[in-house]
Write a protein that binds this ligand. Structure first.
Ligand code: FMN
Length: 173
């Protein structure tokens, strides 16, 4: 297998771009995710594939709930979304040492949001959102697929959703 060729292809696979919200014991968190898809109509299920060391996954394992925020296809949405690509734990960024490694990023600080009854963040800027209850955790290599039953959702406003084709951002490895 030519890994470089394979990555060239996977980098061209189009995705939606979502902000997945979660609630920890003492903090809310949100992360950028491409690998989100609807996987069943009845019951209505959505799957998210999380890096095994994502803090969001840790939160979801404990609280069993998460939100999926859809942003609209606009430049200011890209600016907002970019804040959620950094990890909660500074140590997750390779090469970080000392205080940078022990830092935690409260990514939602200064960003307007409300919370669901279970405490998961819904961004004020979201054009729509889903609230899900984690039903299954499926280990898949370096990721874990969480299958969530959709509990609620709102289309806040009609807009074109943000996609990887628009941002040009890759989730590559
Ligand atoms: C364009 C893009 C798409 C991403 N998609 C995913 C994804 O689908 N699943 C995932 O676990 N991480 C994804 N990430 C990486 C997470 O956003 C990143 O690891 C984040 O640090 C995890 O945050 P947390 O530790 O606060 O949960 C993506 C990053 C970018 C830039």
């Amino acid at each position: 297998m030519e890994a470089a060729q394979v990555i060239k292809v996977t980098n061209q696979m189009p995705y939606g771009l979502y902000i997945v919200g979660s609630a920890g014991d003492s903090d809310v968190n949100a992360m950028m995710a491409d690998w989100v898809m609807q996987v069943s109509f009845e019951p209505r299920l959505v799957a998210v594939s999380f890096e095994n060391d994502a803090h969001t996954l840790e939160n979801v394992r404990t609280s069993r709930v998460f939100t999926v925020n859809l942003l609209s296809k606009e430049e200011h949405s890209m600016e907002l979304a970019s804040k959620f690509a950094q990890p909660y734990y500074g140590a997750k960024i390779k090469g970080r040492a000392g205080t940078a490694a022990t830092e935690v990023h409260h990514k939602l600080e200064g960003i307007p949001y409300t919370t669901t009854a279970d405490g998961c963040p819904v961004l004020e800027a979201a054009m729509g959102w889903l609230e899900c209850r984690a039903e299954e955790f499926v280990p898949v290599g370096d990721h874990t697929i969480v299958i969530g039953a959709v509990l609620d959702g709102r289309l806040v406003r009609d807009a074109e959703p943000l996609t990887s084709s628009y941002t040009g951002w890759n989730y590559s490895g």
